[in-house]
Design a protein around this ligand. Structure first.
Ligand code: SF4
Length: 92
């Protein structure tokens, strides 16, 4: 069974890798700072502030920088959870 952890080093950077940058908006809180997301082969690699954005002018907080975990955290829910019949609340 493969590890549920996202391993950023699992793919090596070669001449066929496609690196692109997308300007978008951080949704980790209500401030909506401008961010610049770097992707490699369609996979988020890191997040920076967008210096051209009028609100935050390139500055983002730690929460915004760690927005990558919203995509790759092993702790995120990937399906609805239902308690098994007969088990106590919080178990199974
Ligand atoms: S960078 Fe920080 S302050 Fe800005 S929207 Fe994201 S979480 Fe909020």
């Amino acid at each position: 069974m493969s590890s549920p952890l996202h391993d950023p080093l699992s793919k090596s950077l070669d001449e066929n890798s496609r690196v692109e940058t997308k300007n978008t908006t951080c949704y980790m809180c209500a401030c909506r700072c401008g961010i610049r997301v770097t992707l490699r082969d369609g996979e988020v690699r890191y997040i920076q502030g967008n210096p051209d954005h009028p609100l935050n002018k390139g500055v983002i907080c730690a929460k915004g920088s760690s927005g990558i975990m919203k995509q790759y955290s092993p702790a995120r829910l990937t399906k609805p959870l239902m308690r098994k019949p007969g088990s106590d609340r919080g178990d199974n």
